[in-house]
Design a protein. Structure first.
Length: 419
């Protein structure tokens, strides 16, 4: 049934002890045991801190996950997104039974196959073909069932030539191709996929996403998908949850989840303290990115960029370069905004502004880097991610959303010459 709940997670938490191999000491285990036989709560569940990797805590215990609740219906593709260290991989490892939860429960109605890390479950000394049978057996398939799917798995992986070669000689891309092919074709009820698809090339990622769509849509199976590729999440997932510091902060429609994630990642929502962005040479005063006549910046907007800073050095070749990168850290452009030759820069306040024309940037989140230099050789001040902004897709009827970083609207001169 389409609305059947196939996976239910209730009050799931995972606690780790920092700086050690194990999760506790002998004395802690003894205290836990004494509390248990007395019918009392584990004393160490009260002292753990949230999983904020950017701050130093007081406790040696940390909650990688804390009180996670959600359920997944049959045939649903659930995206799990969040910043690095949010708890995504820990959640998937618990769901895959690689590790156990500290508290809470998981109820599943079907066989789970997982693809968590490159080469997980593969024996390096065995050939690709032998590993297919090994992984199939681990997933509970019979030898005949695996044999029936063997040719299809090998063909999908694109590793036909090396299928009888030990996996230890495979590249990471070949390994993940074969691992995904096995997991996708051996018909699990729930397929769990971590960020490993990022290892594959563009052609394989496109093929893998298409296969996951077939698995969920045509075959009615469930997929849990973790990725930092928001385009893939938007294309593939029907709903998503957002994790932050080990806690679930949103569950719902994928578009809204992406907005929540962007707000976590963007520096634009943080108050800029310009005291941080200065040294004895350069003092940053202000920076802004805006659209002149709209509340949001859209594909068809003029984008106004303005920067002011103070230079404290006299008679140098001062230069200021502006870089723009998108949310996937792909460089869009690297351009000089200020270049003073012949040692003619003066001490004092400078203001730089420019206007990006409409239909230049595609919809995405963009971040600004600044590089101040001397003689185009020596770094005076470098600032990464000083400000970010979104370019929205406004649903243009004439020019709808299209792939790529840029959104060029060229006027092509077309002439018909003759037959």
């Amino acid at each position: 049934m389409k609305n059947e709940v196939i996976l239910k997670v209730e009050n799931l938490s995972k606690q780790y002890r920092l700086g050690t191999v194990g999760s506790s000491t002998l004395s802690h285990d003894l205290n836990r045991f004494l509390a248990k036989i007395r019918g009392k709560e584990d004393p160490y569940l009260k002292i753990g801190e949230s999983n904020d990797r950017s701050s130093k805590g007081e406790s040696e215990y940390v909650w990688a996950l804390k009180d996670i609740n959600f359920q997944v219906k049959k045939g649903e593709v659930l995206g799990i997104i969040g910043k690095n260290g949010a708890g995504k991989s820990t959640l998937l490892k618990i769901l895959s039974k690689v590790t156990g939860p500290t508290t809470g429960s998981i109820k599943s109605n079907g066989r789970i196959a997982s693809l968590l890390e490159v080469g997980t479950g593969f024996h390096p000394e065995m050939t690709g073909k032998e590993n297919i049978f090994l992984n199939g057996a681990i997933l509970g398939m019979t030898k005949k069932e695996i044999s029936d799917k063997l040719d299809e798995i090998i063909s999908f992986s694109g590793c036909e030539r090396y299928i009888d070669t030990p996996v230890k000689r495979y590249s990471s891309g070949m390994t993940v191709r074969l691992a995904f092919a096995v997991a996708a074709h051996l018909e699990p009820d729930i397929l769990i996929i971590d960020e490993v698809l990022a290892v594959g090339d563009a052609e394989f990622q496109k093929k893998a996403i298409g296969k996951m769509q077939d698995i969920s849509g045509g075959e009615g199976r469930t997929v849990l998908f973790v990725s930092h590729n928001m385009t893939a999440v938007k294309k593939l997932c029907s709903s998503a949850i957002v994790l932050n510091n080990g806690s679930k902060i949103f569950e719902g429609k994928v578009n809204k989840a992406l907005d929540v994630y962007k707000n976590l990642s963007n520096v634009k929502n943080k108050k800029i303290d310009f005291k941080e962005f200065k040294n004895e040479n350069i003092k940053l005063k202000s920076i802004s990115v805006s659209s002149s006549n709209k509340s949001v910046i859209s594909i068809d907007s003029e984008i106004h960029f303005k920067l002011s800073f103070e230079n404290t050095l006299e008679n140098i070749n001062l230069d200021c370069t502006i870089e723009l990168v998108n949310q996937d850290e792909v460089l869009v452009f690297h351009t000089p905004a200020l270049l003073l030759l012949d040692n003619d820069s003066k001490k004092g306040l400078y203001e730089i502004n420019t206007t990006f024309p409409p239909f230049l940037l595609n919809s995405n989140t963009y971040k600004v880097n600044l590089i101040f230099g001397k003689d185009q050789k020596y770094l005076l001040l470098g600032i990464k991610n000083i400000v970010s902004f979104d370019v929205e897709d406004v649903g243009l009827e004439v020019l709808p959303q299209k792939p790529g970083i840029l959104y060029p609207n060229f006027n092509w001169n077309v002439k018909f010459i003759d037959k």
